[in-house]
Write a protein that binds this ligand. Structure first.
Ligand code: ACO
Length: 324
């Protein structure tokens, strides 16, 4: 069991065909490109013109299968990390299963917000290590535009739509070396997205507030502390140091926040891959989209060590040390 690893053999990503630059928000809100760019690092994002989360996930899955050189029938398991599912039932993973024809897989969703992909990859790795499955499709992605309040400038400008996928396969060669997950009650309710409103004939007070509720300063404090802690945990006891790591892929929440965390840890800034300028924050989608980009751009190659780190609502966080 201990010489069995989950190894990444393919990746893919998909965003809607509708880039929306910061300037768009100048036409609907009291904001401007400069405020958004300097506070967050975001220049643009993609918004759906009709695709739902399963649609973006299906495309990402098809690209990842092609990259891995395997057929959908070879998948034993599909796990989809999302906070913007198409429906409460069926799961988005089951819809992707149908779309790609993964007839031999079982499928389910995971909810861990912006840590979702890290949680999903960790779960997939555990199923592989126990011998229950051999090949897993791990997805993370969102259509967050359907959850945004476009009258709230403090959140509407921060989020976007997109999905990424990775194929994880059983291997005797090191792949996922170490994983670490954490969560803690969000006592200050600093990140919240309501599901169905509490509404029935016996409830008098209806809650009509829509959209993501965020206390930006609290999120900033939590995230800048947890990024460093989680990264240290992924390396702890492995014998590896930050010098051995080729690249760190953080959840793309906010470039200022990541730069601050980097300085605190004294890790060279260049090790952190950032693409938030193009995509904004796609929650469960940010890490798999970035992972696919760094592989496609050959910024990392087979044999390199990478770190992934996620953090978000819950509160949740987690990290992985991976040999590609
Ligand atoms: N355009 C112009 N002004 C704005 C905007 C906007 N889009 N949004 C807020 N403001 C205004 C506020 O109304 C406020 O105005 P006031 O002083 O007149 O009341 C002013 O800007 C300052 O507001 P703050 O919220 O204090 O702004 P701050 O400098 O803290 O920046 C930000 C806000 C960027 C959200 C910051 O708190 C932050 O980086 N937090 C981290 C949160 C984050 O990254 N969340 C991502 C999602 S969560 C996750 O992925 C884990």
């Amino acid at each position: 069991m201990y010489n069995i690893y989950g190894k990444i053999i393919g990746t893919g990503h998909c965003v809607p065909d509708n880039p929306v630059p910061n300037k768009y928000f100048e036409t609907i809100l009291e904001t401007d490109d400069e405020w958004i760019r300097t506070r967050t690092g975001i220049e643009s994002r993609y918004f759906s013109t009709g695709q739902n989360t399963s649609g973006l996930g299906t495309k990402a899955a098809e690209y990842a299968l092609k990259d891995a050189g395997i057929e959908a029938e070879e998948l034993d398991m599909i796990v989809f990390a999302t906070i913007s599912p198409d429906a409460f039932m069926p799961s988005t993973a089951c819809i992707v299963q149908k779309n790609i024809g993964a007839v031999n897989a079982f499928a389910f969703d995971i909810t861990a917000a912006c840590s979702g992909f890290v949680y999903a990859l960790t779960a997939a790795n555990q199923f592989i290590k126990t011998g229950q499955v051999k090949t897993v499709l791990v997805l993370g992605g969102e259509v967050l535009s359907k959850a945004l309040d476009f009258t709230d400038r403090s959140t509407a400008v921060l989020f976007g739509d997109g999905a990424g996928a990775a194929i994880l396969q059983k291997s005797n060669e090191p792949g996922i070396i170490q994983t670490y997950l954490g969560s803690k009650a969000d006592e200050k309710n600093c990140l919240f997205l309501k599901a169905l409103p509490l509404e029935n004939p016996f409830i008098e007070e209806k809650d009509t507030k829509k959209g993501i509720i965020m206390d930006g300063r609290e999120v900033f404090k939590f995230s800048t502390r947890i990024i460093g802690e989680a990264l240290d945990k992924a390396l702890e006891g492995t014998g590896y140091t930050y010098d051995d790591v080729k690249m760190i892929i953080p959840h793309q929440a906010n470039s200022r926040l990541i730069e601050y965390a980097t300085e605190k840890k004294n890790i060279p800034k260049e090790k952190f891959y950032l693409n938030i300028d193009q995509y904004s924050n796609t929650s469960g989608g940010t890490i798999p989209i970035a992972l696919n980009e760094v592989r496609q751009k050959k910024l990392v190659i087979s044999g390199d060590l990478i770190l992934l780190v996620g953090f978000g609502a819950g509160l949740t966080w987690g990290s992985l040390l991976i040999r590609l």
